[in-house]
Design a protein around this ligand. Structure first.
Ligand code: DX5
Ligand code: ZN
Length: 215
């Protein structure tokens, strides 16, 4: 069954606790937390303190997506704060293998993310070090964008390569395009706008889990 990870970038920043508790009650599987440094992406979002506070109000695993340059300076901060999975981008100019190993050494899931235009070949050397591969289905930096269907080919490619880790997608995922992702091998779907705008999140999650169990 597909795992659903609501992206709190689409939650009400003045009522994060309320919205995260609502998502947990509605049957979500993980909570996706976007961290943006206004350098790797043209936007600024959240911090390790927010991760720490979220850890106090939810049992759900915190799936932390670092859209930042030089994450090596902050990896332990996010792990200390309670990240269950910590994902860095394959386009950064850091020692990516060392960072992924550090995350695993601390007993957490290590994730590698690819922008839509980044070919799978570019990240191949890191796949064996990653428990999760995040295929961005939008250009990272903002919620509410349209899904880039060209990424489906990359998801299928990773699936067919025999990759054993989680295959996650992020950006523009909605109920009416989820099946085309799961039928190509997706195992974790990050959803922001489509989920937090739904009036009945519980019913929505039930339907999404059904879609994801068709495969
Ligand atoms: C974008 C973020 C996503 C975003 C998803 O850079 O990584 O997690 O919040 O939001 P939607 O589902 O609205 O595209
Ligand atoms: Zn994200």
């Amino acid at each position: 069954m597909i795992k659903i990870a609501p992206s709190i970038l689409a939650a009400d920043p003045l009522n994060l606790e309320r919205d995260v508790r609502k998502a947990e009650k509605a049957g979500c599987d993980w909570i996706h937390v976007d961290i943006m440094d206004a350098h790797f992406v043209p936007n600024l979002a959240y911090s390790a303190d927010v991760v720490r506070r979220l850890k106090e109000v939810t049992e759900l695993p915190l799936d932390v997506h670092l859209m930042m340059d030089n994450p090596e300076t902050m990896v332990d901060l996010f792990l200390d704060a309670g990240a269950f999975c910590l994902t860095i981008h394959s386009e950064i100019h850091s020692d990516i293998a060392a960072i992924l190993n550090r995350i695993r050494q601390r007993g957490r899931m290590a994730g590698i993310a690819l922008k839509p235009s980044t070919p799978v070949e570019m990240a191949e050397k890191y796949l064996k070090l990653a428990d999760l591969t995040l295929m961005m289905t939008v250009e990272p930096g903002f919620g509410g964008q349209k899904l880039d269907a060209r990424v489906l080919r990359k998801i299928r490619m990773l699936k067919d390569s025999g990759y054993q880790g989680e295959i996650e997608a992020d950006g523009g995922i909605r109920e009416d395009n989820l099946e085309m992702l799961t039928s190509n091998g997706l195992t974790v779907a990050v959803m922001g706008t489509a989920l937090f705008r739904d009036r009945n999140m519980t019913a929505c999650i039930r339907r999404l889990h059904q879609i994801g169990s068709l495969e």
